[in-house]
Ligand binder design. Structure first.
Ligand SMILES: Cc1cc2nc3c(=O)[nH]c(=O)nc-3n(C[C@H](O)[C@H](O)[C@H](O)COP(=O)(O)OP(=O)(O)OC[C@H]3O[C@@H](n4cnc5c(N)ncnc54)[C@H](O)[C@@H]3O)c2cc1C
Length: 405
């Protein structure tokens, strides 16, 4: 097997409540070839295929599941520039210069994703959002002030909001917070669907359900062998397989955790900012266009799916309780409850680049709470590699060579 296999999610995600436009995919019935093979048709594969076809490459996309039914259907789709690890903490891990570049690239990735989505005319309820980043046990009020200053230094503007102002302006009951603008929310299925649709319009082919079981590489080509015993021959292959990580990357510096989310009935809340807490386990809340409140977090540091699924009722009670405390006037009864695997790295940064030991193969592990934006950054960086262009930030995300793991 070329990638690990997981039960990526369970329960009922809120996105199943909305119409899901059809995706044109077919069964693989013969050997095929293209410039580039993209393995995985989730949001990351969709963003990758769109960028590659836009750059003029011919693309084949293969997925072992029906497209967009992996963890993409579980995301709560807060589309934001902020990295999970605060700038002040990331600077202590990888230095200020590199951290500043990572945060700035995240903002560029977010802006280019929003702009491209608009240019392509993708209808996915993409909405600009105000965001409140609230003090918690990872950053207390004093540390949040320092974070505010550090962010200002690198061009991230925000307002410092006191406990009293939070209650008065937003009816939110929490400590201090940073208020910023420029993030987004969207329906992630429709967002990814739009990117796949634009790729197929430019000639990309999606084959599903079909599994890549083995890969052989030479100096010139990649040969990927499928479960139905066909071969996909390509100049390059890109793994966009989400938390089902390629075997070659199993020892990289990441962990697969478990996470939970719930959504209320429609109309539970009128306009409100996106919220997330600088806490461990963290909590985040956002509103859909039709007024459902989505609340998620409560991560656990294990990935065992049976254990994860068994904890869902207990985790829903905790999320409900935390949401009540934060937003006392909102009906917190969950109409949707779900759980999923979730990849994290110690830096909060995705892992992107050539796969060590696998010639002509690349991977985008779009891990972290802003996996969607990380997928966009991955598409930009890999596209630059394949077009022979330098990407000045590629070094931030590279995989470690086996000898240094
Ligand atoms: C509850 C929850 C909330 C989240 N909230 C947010 C959020 O608010 N904002 C955000 O940005 N991110 C969030 N995330 C993270 C986000 O969901 C992920 O970053 C994103 O879904 C990853 O997409 P992907 O395309 O990489 O993976 P997937 O959607 O899982 O797609 C990968 C595909 O690869 C296929 N595949 C794997 N191996 C093979 C193989 N050998 N052959 C063929 N196909 C293969 C799989 O079948 C799968 O369909 C959240 C995640 C969870 C679980």
């Amino acid at each position: 097997m070329v990638t690990i296999k997981k039960d990526l999610r369970s329960g009922q995600s809120v996105w199943t409540a909305y119409p899901r436009p059809k995706i044109s995919y077919e069964n693989l019935i013969t050997n095929v070839r293209a410039d580039i093979l993209v393995i995985g048709a989730g949001i990351t594969g969709a963003l990758m295929a769109e960028s590659l076809t836009d750059a003029g490459f011919s693309v084949i996309i293969i997925d072992r599941r029906i497209p967009l039914t992996g963890s993409t259907l579980a995301t709560t789709a807060l589309i934001q520039a902020e990295i999970d690890v605060p700038l002040t903490k990331l600077s202590r891990q990888i230095g200020f210069g590199k951290s500043a570049r990572a945060w700035q690239r995240s903002k560029l990735g977010l802006d280019s994703l929003a702009e491209k989505t608009r240019l392509l005319g993708i209808s996915c309820n993409l909405r600009p959002e105000l965001s409140l980043y609230m003090a918690g046990d990872v950053l207390g009020p004093d540390e949040l002030k320092k974070e505010h200053e550090a962010l200002r230094q690198i061009g991230f503007a925000s307002d410092f909001i006191s406990r009293e102002q939070l209650a008065e302006r937003y009816s939110i009951h929490a400590g201090s917070a940073l208020l910023s603008s420029g993030n987004y929310s969207a329906n992630p299925y429709k967002l990814a669907h739009g990117y796949l649709k634009n790729s197929t319009k430019r000639g990309a082919k999606i084959f599903a359900p079909e599994e890549i079981l083995d890969i052989e590489t030479s100096a010139q080509r990649v040969y990927a062998y499928t479960k139905s015993e066909f071969c996909v021959s390509a100049r390059y292959a890109v793994f966009t397989t989400g938390y089902e990580v390629p075997e070659q990357l199993k020892k990289q510096n990441y962990k697969i955790f478990s996470t939970w989310a719930m959504a209320t009935e429609k109309g539970a809340a009128s306009d409100m900012p996106m919220l997330w807490e600088a806490s461990d386990p963290y909590l985040y809340v956002r509103r859909t266009k039709d007024g459902r409140v989505i609340c998620g977090g409560e991560d656990e540091e294990f990935s065992d799916e049976k254990k994860r699924d068994a904890m869902t009722p207990k985790k829903m009670k905790t999320l409900q309780k935390k949401m009540k405390k934060l937003l006392p006037s909102v009906n917190n009864t969950p109409e949707f409850a779900w759980t999923g695997s979730f990849g994290v790295t110690p830096t909060g940064l995705p892992l992107i680049g050539p796969v060590p030991g696998l010639k002509n193969c690349f991977a985008v592990l779009a891990f972290g709470g802003n996996g969607i934006v990380n997928g966009r950054i991955g598409a930009e960086i890999i596209c630059n590699y394949l077009a022979g262009k330098d990407d000045q930030d590629a070094d931030i995300y590279n995989f470690k060579l086996p000898s240094t793991v």
